[in-house]
Design a protein around this ligand. Structure first.
Ligand SMILES: [Zn+2]
Ligand SMILES: [Zn+2]
Length: 165
């Protein structure tokens, strides 16, 4: 499970102007097979590590936020390097600014964060064969049913902080 992974993950863009660090393991890792993610990556799926925004530390540079349409219709903000334009993470309207969806492929060691779940497999490209043992759902799921206890506690802390303002 991701919560057992060694805590720190560094990553960055292709031109190396932007460097960042995840100061802990993520909440959960989504492998999303929706058509939107296929278009945005130009490939077959997106691999996103969800993590609290305050656990993403900037080591170098700053990101540029680009408002981009999303599947939900509410839009997303994609954080990109202002120079090479590589996308590093997204904030979705649903989860708000407190949770970042970090693109696992931008980490220096992406192999350390395999998917915890495959979502929107209804539009999965047929040649992609999913491994047995990893949950897979046709569309979406309830975090309360699949996230590890520690991640649910971290999520509850975020909600409480948001209410406290
Ligand atoms: Zn760059
Ligand atoms: Zn998607």
């Amino acid at each position: 499970m991701t919560t057992d992974a060694p805590s720190v993950h560094d990553g960055g863009c292709t031109c190396r102007q932007v460097r960042y660090r995840l100061t802990s393991g993520p909440l959960f890792v989504h492998c999303c097979h929706c058509r939107w993610c296929q278009r945005e990556t130009g490939a077959s799926f997106a691999l996103n590590a969800m993590i609290e925004a305050d656990r993403v530390e900037m080591l170098a540079g700053e990101v540029e936020l680009v408002n981009t349409p999303s599947n939900s219709g509410k839009g997303q903000k994609i954080a990109r390097c202002p120079r090479c334009r590589i996308a590093l993470w997204s904030n979705y309207a649903g989860a708000g600014d407190t949770v970042r969806f970090v693109r696992v492929g931008t980490l220096d060691e992406p192999d350390r964060l395999p998917p915890d779940i495959h979502i929107f497999t209804a539009s999965k490209q047929p040649w992609v064969v999913l491994p047995p043992g990893t949950p897979a759902v046709a569309e979406y799921y309830r975090a309360s049913e699949l996230w590890p206890k520690e991640s649910l506690e971290r999520r509850a802390a975020l909600v409480a902080a948001a209410k406290a303002g």
